[in-house]
Design a protein around this ligand. Structure first.
Ligand code: FE2
Length: 686
């Protein structure tokens, strides 16, 4: 007889423990053990939360090289409760310790087959039992994350849901509760989220104002509301925004380091529909000429043409107005990014004046408010929802459907797809649905929202998702004080090095990449379902070389972590003071100058109820969950103990730890901390 020692780790999450009978069977290359109950004594300890229990499994002879462990569960005294198993460690008679990661729920009368942690590519997994398990696992996942009929025929129409025609496809779940337990929020997170959503207005003591259609009487009234809702950690930031929102320096700063730092681009030639003259900007440029400054690379443009022709939503019974402004900016000799001209519509003409800093204070202030309102729409729908949430969902779906658990890329990406399905289902049900907050309280919600998302999707390119390429395309390598770029590049490079280390450990040559059929299915599905088979996006349809794969996977992890943090985490900080980030405007843009008064501005800004609803949503979306995992945190062990990837994970964590001092930018008047690794979530989870 030989003895295998089995150590069972129950998860620490709420309700992870079980009183059910748990059975185990070991399968090796030579034989399999008998199915053994892991605790035969009645009224035993069971498997409580966080428990670690060891058992012996006797076999007549060695099972050979262990391939998988089968777990099953039967109810104890009719009590059907699920069990969350973290992992199983098996010590063989030869004294090898083999890890079988689980990190899943097991219900009564269910079975789980766990592969050992050693990663392998499909053509390296040569044992027929292992091959069968690999195939079966993908079939099961495609049933769960798509629809495969009983004869294992994939119904192409129903595999991914087309939420809106022309958008990246999505998972088909209508409700988070329908999803398999392992991709749902943990108990803590669900409670947190419901608590926040349900009681945000009450917590902010704003429920009495929620239905008010009144115009704010003054900025002081708004100040009193905000004052009660600054929590300590962000109070300084919110105070700063409130104090400086109307200054040109801060308005310009936000194009580089605000919520939407990916729109500004170097301007070497004025667009034909934006006829700014030397005369118009002579006060802003001093002795310098516009044409010369353009050649020097000191002139920048932000063009919201994506919003052109969209009709604003109705909010609280009032029509809202969307504009598609063009903003010209000048990086002056003090390294300040300053707005020098604003045109609120795309079609140049006498009824579409070009506003200048030399215009009346109210004219210039109102022009900047229209730009900030345009930024709200583009930020929330394009840069936040589409380019991070929906992209991350595509990567999540493709990973779960095409990469089995032994695949190294599956193990690598798992921390970066956590909770993404659920948060997107919640966003579809609670933000952009017919009665969602974006639909009810923003100019961009409602009928024209799909149109904007379709335009945004049509403009999506691979290079715009890769930070170094994106900075090159926008001509922004030299612009000073661009913390988003500087901190983002530090993270991009660290992620790249980590991904390169892990993937080159498994893919020894370009040939390995080419013959990995699972990987090729993964990228093909991303191309077809995420980028709608558009070759013009530059998204690869297949991988031919290791370096191409490394870059793509870096982009996937960067998008789900750093990029999402950069557009998500500061929403209340920048948007809590409503005039800096209005969700809609109630008056059409001025057609001539010198007509605007202070009252016009208050009448244009959102009403009281719309303001407080938007504040509540922005605060919810910026809040940090109690079970947040920062970038580099890998709480689950998916790679073999002591393997090269484990060492690389350690190095990755050390590299990230060495960053905060460099990245916190604490000496700045307004510290830029959104890309401090401690503040970056591993995945799109809020
Ligand atoms: Fe988000």
């Amino acid at each position: 007889m030989v003895t295998y020692e089995v150590t069972v780790h129950t998860g620490t999450r709420a309700l992870a423990g079980t009183t059910s009978y748990i059975y185990i069977q070991l399968r090796g290359t030579e034989a399999e053990s008998e199915e053994k109950i892991l605790d035969q004594a009645y009224f035993s300890l069971g498997f409580s939360e966080g428990s670690v229990r060891t058992f012996k499994v006797e076999c007549k002879a060695s099972l050979g090289e262990l391939i998988h462990v089968k777990l099953s569960s039967k109810p104890f005294m009719g009590l059907d409760n699920q069990w969350y198993c973290n992992k199983i460690l098996v010590t063989t008679p030869e004294d090898d310790e083999i890890l079988f990661p689980c990190y899943r729920w097991l219900g009564c009368e269910e079975k789980l087959v766990l592969r050992h942690a050693k990663a392998s590519l499909v053509f390296q997994d040569t044992n027929p039992i292992a091959q069968r398990h690999r195939m079966r696992q993908l079939e099961e996942r495609q049933e769960i994350f798509g629809f495969v009929d009983s004869k294992h025929r994939v119904n192409e129409q129903r595999v991914w849901k087309v939420y809106v025609e022309g958008l990246p496809h999505a998972n088909h779940y209508e409700s988070a509760l329908d999803m398999p337990a392992e991709v749902r929020f943990s108990y803590t997170k669900t409670i947190d989220f419901l608590y926040n959503l349900g009681t945000q207005l009450i917590a902010m003591k704003l429920e009495g104002l929620a239905d008010s259609k009144m115009t704010w009487g003054s900025f002081n009234e708004l100040d009193r509301i905000l004052c009660e809702n600054r929590n300590k950690t962000i109070a300084c930031f919110v105070d700063y925004v409130q104090e400086h929102w109307d200054e040109d320096e801060f308005f310009g700063y936000q194009f580089l380091n605000g919520l939407c730092p990916m729109m500004i681009q170097r301007c070497s030639k004025l667009p034909e529909n934006f006829p700014v003259t030397e005369e118009m900007v002579k006060d802003s440029l001093g002795r310098n000429r516009l044409e010369v400054e353009m050649k020097k690379g000191n002139i920048f443009l932000c063009d919201y043409k994506m919003l052109d022709g969209l009709v604003g939503n109705e909010v609280h019974g009032r029509k809202q107005y969307l504009t598609a402004p063009l903003v010209l900016l000048y990086c002056d000799s003090n390294d300040m990014m300053l707005p020098i001209a604003i045109q609120l519509g795309q079609k140049a003409g006498n009824d579409n004046p070009i506003f200048l800093p030399t215009d009346s204070k109210t004219d210039w202030q109102l022009a900047k408010i229209y730009v900030r309102a345009a930024e709200f729409s583009v930020h929330e729908l394009d840069f936040h929802l589409l380019r991070t949430h929906l992209m991350a969902e595509v990567f999540t779906m493709a990973t779960l459907r095409n990469l089995p658990s032994p695949h190294p890329l599956y193990k690598l990406l798992l921390p970066h797809i956590r909770y993404t399905h659920q948060i997107n289902i919640m966003a579809r049900n609670q933000l952009i649905s017919n009665d969602g907050s974006i639909t009810l309280y923003t100019a961009v919600g409602g009928d024209y929202l799909p149109k904007l998302l379709r335009r945004a999707t049509a403009s999506l390119t691979y290079s715009s998702l890769c930070l170094p390429d994106n900075i090159s395309e926008r001509g922004l390598w030299k612009v000073p004080n661009y913390h988003y770029r500087d901190d983002g590049m530090k993270l991009w490079n660290i992620i790249y090095e980590f991904v390169e280390g892990v993937l080159t450990h498994y893919y020894k040559s370009d040939g390995d990449v080419k013959k990995d059929s699972e990987l090729q299915c993964w990228i093909k599905e991303i191309f077809c379902k995420g980028f709608l088979k558009r070759k013009s996006t530059g998204i690869p349809q297949s991988f031919q070389a290791v370096k191409d794969l490394v870059k793509f996977v870096t982009m996937v992890i960067f998008t789900a972590s750093a990029q999402h943090a950069s557009v998500n985490n500061g929403q209340f900080e920048f948007g809590g003071w409503m005039p800096n980030f209005p969700s809609g405007l109630r008056k059409p843009p001025p057609k001539e100058k010198d007509q605007t008064t202070k009252d016009t501005i208050l009448e244009t800004l959102p009403d009281v109820g719309t303001t407080v609803h938007t504040m509540a949503v922005l605060r919810l979306l910026s809040s940090i969950s109690s079970d947040h995992y920062p970038l580099g945190d890998f709480p689950e062990e998916w790679f073999e103990v002591g393997s090269v990837p484990c060492k690389l994970i350690k190095k990755f964590q050390e590299d990230l730890k060495s960053l905060p001092d460099l990245i916190k930018n604490t000496k700045l008047e307004l510290p830029y901390t959104f890309l401090d690794p401690e503040n970056v979530d591993n995945s799109v989870a809020i």
